[in-house]
Design a protein around this ligand. Sequence first.
Ligand SMILES: CC(C)(COP(=O)(O)OP(=O)(O)OC[C@H]1O[C@@H](n2cnc3c(N)ncnc32)[C@H](O)[C@@H]1OP(=O)(O)O)[C@@H](O)C(=O)NCCC(=O)NCCS
Length: 220
Amino acid sequence: MGKKIDGVPVLGGTDRARELRDVSFVVCVGNPRDPASRARLVGRLGLPERRYTTVVHPTALVSDTSSIGPGTVLLAHTVLTASVRVGRHVAVMPQTVLTHDDEIGDFATLASGVRIGGASRIGRGVYLGAGALVRENTAIGDWSLIGMGAVVLGNVPPGEVWVGNPATRLREAPPPSLEQLEADGEKPAEPADAPSGPAEASSDATEAGSEPAGARGERD
Ligand SMILES: CC(C)(COP(=O)(O)OP(=O)(O)OC[C@H]1O[C@@H](n2cnc3c(N)ncnc32)[C@H](O)[C@@H]1OP(=O)(O)O)[C@@H](O)C(=O)NCCC(=O)NCCS
């Protein structure tokens, strides 16, 4: 508290989140060694869904027919073509392209330069490494991890790591399991009481206090 990170004042730690009643949040942590960290942090914060905002970088292109859930961040030059549905607490890094009828599950992380063909379903908590390509009509199971540069040609089961071109199974995905997440307090979604449409980037605070959303995610 009292210090600045990249010129932005820190209002406090996660313990202050409930006290900061006029502040909206996004949680932007995430890395391939611990893809569930965002879900755990959201669970630990225990804030109602209306306390989360949606942050869309001004250079992102989002079609009118697409929707974006609360707590989700779209970084620079992200493109959502027709009827893309992006869930809650999703982090989308720069230059990612999601095409018609794609569905992105809650807590997914899409690293920079990901391309997803139409009508694909990316499960809850999936991590798509930088530059990964996903063929149209493909399903990637919950909490699976796709390596950077992978070319995914068919469905991927839940909880697995796939790499390469064409992508094949490397190993099981890292813990924690869904059961552990629930034990950590990650709750099912409350009924949405926040608007779930595109929003302009704002000065909302992150879990660190008040760092503008996006700045932290860009470093992933
Ligand atoms: C897939 C990934 C998680 C695997 O990590 P890991 O389990 O530590 O794997 P290792 O580095 O030990 O490699 C294991 C094997 O997989 C191969 N491998 C790892 N990542 C690969 C990838 N992306 N594509 C192809 N092969 C890969 C390695 O060459 C190695 O092969 P070998 O056993 O024949 O030598 C990681 O390499 C990755 O791609 N992470 C995503 C990174 C990313 O996109 N970051 C974005 C940050 S913004």
